[in-house]
Ligand binder design. Structure first.
Ligand code: UDP
Ligand code: MG
Length: 329
């Protein structure tokens, strides 16, 4: 476990705990999961609310949730379409009323058994408790290599440190949530935003369980997109890399031109060298196109930001208010 500057405060035992569950096509196990989550919350929390955000699921999630609509402590948000996990989490965070807000996947991959420990750490004064995957050996080599590359880039370019292998599974104090909600950006890379807001935090290691049913929504393509969002949101290193390459190539070109001039003066001109010319031309057009592409990547995101569209649209909002758990009896 790692820890930073926790204040010696003791938070009240009767605090309201909010649990945000983003759900995209989780119908097959959602009812079971919510039942187990409720049982766990009732075992240690006096007041709690469960916020389920249906992120435009294409399966029976809406039906399952209609069946649970009278459950105490339930807040059900249904987004008008699939906006992506980051937006679904933002929707849940915006509506959460708890003194502490827990973010958790709805597929059993984040262990429910860890919740009492996380809440305990928070009660002892820590503002953010985040889960860190302690064993990634089950993942493919390509995925681990990609993750490594991503963190290297972030570490060398971003002014903040994003803890490795930490995900969205976490507990945040009210003031962390408040700070997160102040961040207006559309390009929402949550892992970076959690780190950006700061506050005292502690890591708890966990081994993710197998997905209950179905498959992960994050393909290699989805993960690459997420990584690109993170890199562009938190570092301008890719832009600076191209400036450095430009300077290096200019210096080399200048030296080469100098050498050609000397060579021509000493030995006269000859017409050979078209192959070098053609190859050089193609190489440098490629370099230019790539650098324009990198520039475009940032420009596109600036465009997204200036449009100021909302992050998500809520189609249905059922609010049963917080529930009183048995722990208080
Ligand atoms: N999720 C979501 N919107 C999406 C994709 C995923 O709300 O567009 C939710 C999903 O229901 C789950 C969590 O985000 O609760 C993590 O998704 P998943 O299990 O597919 O990804 P992984 O576990 O591989 O990170
Ligand atoms: Mg999952």
């Amino acid at each position: 476990m790692s820890q930073t500057h926790a204040l010696p405060v003791r938070r009240p035992d009767d605090a309201l705990i909010s649990c945000v569950i983003p759900a995209y096509n989780e119908a097959a196990h959602l009812a079971d999961f919510l039942r187990d989550l409720r049982a766990m919350l009732e075992s240690f929390a006096v007041h709690y609310e469960i916020i389920v955000v249906n992120d435009g699921s294409a399966d029976r999630t809406e039906e399952v949730m209609a069946g649970l609509r009278h459950e105490p402590g339930l807040r059900y948000l249904s987004l008008s379409r699939n906006f992506g996990k980051e937006a679904a989490l933002s929707a849940g965070i915006d509506k959460a009323r708890g003194d502490a807000v827990i973010l958790m996947d709805g597929d059993y991959q984040h262990p429910l058994a860890l919740l009492p420990q996380m809440v305990d750490l928070w009660k002892n004064g820590i503002d953010m408790v985040y889960g860190v995957i302690s064993d990634r050996s089950g993942e493919s080599r390509l995925k681990r290599w990609g993750t490594d590359m991503f963190y290297h880039l972030m570490e060398s370019g971003a002014p903040i440190t994003i803890p490795r292998n930490a995900g969205d599974f976490r507990l945040m104090d009210r003031k962390v949530v408040h700070a997160l909600r102040q961040l207006p950006e559309r390009n929402r890379f949550m892992k970076g935003l959690y780190a950006w807001v700061g506050f005292s935090s502690i890591a708890v290691p966990f081994v993710p369980a197998e997905r209950a049913t179905g498959v992960s929504s994050f393909s290699y393509r989805g993960l690459s997109r997420l990584a690109l969002a993170g890199v562009t949101a938190f570092t301008t290193l890719p832009l600076r890399i191209w400036s450095a390459i430009g300077v290096a190539i200019s210096i080399i070109a200048l030296l080469y031109a100098f050498w050609i001039a000397i060579d021509t003066l000493l030995f006269g001109a000859d017409v050979a060298g078209w192959a070098t010319l053609a190859a050089g031309l193609m190489f440098f057009s490629g370099i230019q196109l790539i650098s324009i592409g990198v520039l475009g990547e940032y420009l596109g995101r600036v465009y997204d930001e200036v449009k100021k569209r909302p992050l998500y649209v809520v189609a249905r909002d059922i609010d049963n208010g917080p529930a009183n758990g048995k722990a208080g009896d």
